[in-house]
Design a binder for this molecule. Structure first.
Ligand code: TZP
Ligand code: MG
Length: 220
């Protein structure tokens, strides 16, 4: 899947979804307007991450338009036949990850600075598809994240990513109240964890985020 709609990209957190199964939260969130899903569980074994990925894929079996991407684990993504992988700066490098994946699946890379973005842009065309601009704001969901880019930083990195032909999504501290401001930076999409996973009603939370994004895009 080389083309996808990155408008509202849900990154899962098993603990924040609990006691609800992640797959149930994902299904509700997709009904509310989530367009892409990344299965992320830093504490799960490879085997459990595979089971979680398969549960999410099964929950979305009637939504082939919504890609299921695996965080960090290219082996799990390959075994599950996932639509892609997202790697950080401490994971397998993107070139090697692409070599393992082959040309079809999506490859996302987290970048926290212009230097990290430049490194992604310097790779051969078709290596990286999407960059996650990370984080826009500090967030308790990832306390070890780099310092926040802010809206101006995200805007500058999004422009540079677009100039190099990459899709740019923003992550970190984004909720419905901030979604319009983030959309106005020109990013192609917004990634959220807690705004959906910790919501009492994930479907309503996704709808509110989509409304914020739409408002920001209209104002562009
Ligand atoms: N990468 C950068 S910030 C972050 C990740 C996975 C967590 C974002 O979580 P939230 O709850 O949407 O702020
Ligand atoms: Mg990672």
């Amino acid at each position: 899947m080389s083309r996808f709609d990155p408008t509202l990209y849900l990154v899962t957190d098993t603990a924040l979804c609990s006691p609800r199964p992640v797959a149930d939260v994902v299904r509700a969130a997709v009904a509310g307007g989530v367009t892409a899903v990344q299965v992320r569980d830093k504490t799960a074994s490879r085997r459990d991450l595979l089971a979680l990925t398969r549960a999410v894929q099964a929950a979305l079996s009637d939504r082939p338009d919504v890609p299921v991407v695996v965080n960090d684990a290219v082996d799990v993504a390959l075994v599950a036949g996932a639509d892609g992988v997202h790697v950080g700066q401490d994971d397998l490098p993107p070139g090697e990850t692409r070599a393992l994946l082959g040309p079809g699946p999506l490859l996302g890379v987290s970048v926290s600075s212009a230097a990290e973005l430049d490194a992604a842009l310097a790779l051969p065309t078709g290596t990286v598809d999407v960059v996650g601009l990370s984080p826009v704001w500090a967030t308790p969901t990832k306390p070890d994240a780099a310092p926040g880019l802010g809206l101006e930083g995200a805007s500058a990195l999004a422009a540079a990513a677009h100039a190099g032909g990459l899709v740019a999504v923003a992550i970190g501290g984004i909720d419905a109240a901030r979604a319009a401001d983030v959309a106005r930076t020109g990013v192609d999409g917004i990634c959220v964890v807690s705004a959906v996973c910790a919501a009492a009603d994930p479907e309503a939370a996704a709808r509110a985020l989509r409304a914020g994004i739409a408002a920001g895009r209209l104002a562009e």
